[in-house]
Design a protein around this ligand. Structure first.
Ligand code: GLY
Length: 424
């Protein structure tokens, strides 16, 4: 089977690396990829992955056995719909189902209708009404954009003034007619849970924790994610199965019942509150950097599992993949100036991209990189590479990941030193 992966992050490098190691996969191609992905996949130049018709034309011509959509933007643009229409098997939900991520208000409504616990929220399209509601709330509410905001759509303000500023700023930069959600702030431990979903069938993949703030101790601005680890010692197989029964299956049923069946990976961001788990958000894709930690731990025929999810072949999906007994820690190296104004251009040394033959224990997945004619790498984005350590436990995985990060030379590069530390 030939597989096409869409996307350019470390998540897509990890997906392409893992799929290329499957026996059933003859070749992986990627669009647009990054400086490191030629180590695992052939780059398709010039394909606009946000253009559904162009992607469908290319995929039908090349007769891929499977297309795997990595990021959310092509899903929201309708790329999976166009591929399905062209009879190309695609792992990734249709635009209407991907609204679980692209519209937080839609996700809230589906959660309410499926009777799944989630923090209370109110939706506003008028800035004055939103400001009045925020002022009248006992505690400053969480402010969420009701559109895809490239990781900048959620603000957790510490004061009413900061909440007001977030409302004004989000609505000032909003697409025409867009809304914001003001959500009750809940506290507890956060965990990301992943499952394959195909219509009403759900196969759990596992849980991971990520670190969204830039600096150690959860200081600094929000980012796309600075590190992750799996498994989560306090959220194991039994808890994931419970989440499948109480969250994923009711939502999958709801979506199928509404005529918008979900096919792809569903990522639930949970807060484990004193009153029980609550869904903070859904994403219609793997998390980044959670994927870089989880994917190397997946045993089994991943390509067949993704294909089965794509085609609704539920029997082939059940038990096809499961996490092995190892642990993984992922440490992101970000560019100087990230996340507000990342500086591209400096050379990055010590970041040989993981190839198909590279089975660990240290893996290096590229994101914002560019390969020069002489084979060196230059930074070309905010998050530059992810080092992943695999070990018998989180301590050894962590040591390996930080060994990789220590060997990385990037002028102005930033990384957290506390990924997974709280578990040791
Ligand atoms: N790690 C958070 C995300 O992928 O949205």
């Amino acid at each position: 089977m030939e597989v096409l992966v869409l996307g350019s992050g470390a998540r897509e490098h990890a997906l392409a690396w893992r799929l290329a190691r499957d026996e059933a996969v003859e070749r992986v191609r990627i669009a647009p990829g990054n400086g490191g992905t030629p180590a695992v996949a052939e780059t398709i130049p010039g394909l606009d992955i946000l253009d559904p018709a162009a992607v469908a034309r290319h995929a039908a011509r090349e007769r891929y056995g499977l297309v795997v959509v990595g990021p959310e933007a092509p899903l929201a643009a309708g790329v999976a719909d166009a591929l399905r229409q062209a009879s190309v098997p695609v792992f990734g939900p249709a635009r209407a189902a991907a609204r679980l991520e692209s519209s937080k208000a839609f996700a809230k409504e589906q959660l309410r209708r499926a009777d799944v616990p989630t923090p209370a929220c109110v939706v506003f399209d008028d800035v004055g009404e939103a400001l009045a509601h925020a002022r009248a709330s006992d505690a400053p509410p969480v402010v969420k954009a009701d559109w895809l905001a490239a990781g900048k759509g959620v603000v957790v303000p510490d004061s009413h003034e900061a909440a007001a500023e977030a409302i004004r700023e989000l609505l000032a930069n909003a697409p025409q007619g867009a809304r914001v959600l003001l959500e009750e702030r809940v506290t507890g431990r956060e965990v990301s849970v992943f499952a394959l979903v195909s219509d009403e069938a759900v196969v759990p993949l596992g849980a991971a924790c990520d670190y969204k703030r830039l600096r150690d101790g959860d200081e600094g601005p929000n980012t796309g994610g600075m590190g992750a680890y799996a498994p989560v010692p306090w959220y194991g197989t039994a808890e994931v199965e419970q989440a499948v029964a109480s969250i994923f299956e009711p939502i999958a049923w709801r979506m199928a019942r509404d005529g918008t069946p979900y096919r792809g990976v569903l990522y639930a961001g949970l807060m484990l509150t004193e009153a029980g788990p609550m869904v903070l958000e859904f994403n219609a894709r793997f998390g980044d950097p959670e994927a870089q930690a989880l994917i190397p731990l997946l045993q089994g025929d991943l390509s067949q599992a993704l294909l089965a999810a794509a085609t609704g072949d539920l029997a082939a999906m059940e038990g096809a993949v499961a996490l092995d007994s190892h642990a993984a820690v992922a440490v992101v190296i970000a560019a100087e100036g990230y996340p507000s104004e990342p500086i591209s251009g400096p050379q990055i040394v010590g970041a040989d991209p993981s190839s198909v033959a590279d089975g660990g224990p240290l893996l290096c997945f590229h994101a914002g990189t560019r390969r020069t004619a002489d084979g060196s790498f230059l930074s070309a984005g905010g998050r530059v590479v992810t080092y992943v350590g695999i070990g018998a436990d989180l301590a050894s995985a962590r040591e390996t990941a930080y060994g990789g990060a220590a060997g990385c030379e990037l002028d102005g590069g930033q990384h957290r030193t506390d990924i997974a530390l709280r578990e040791l």
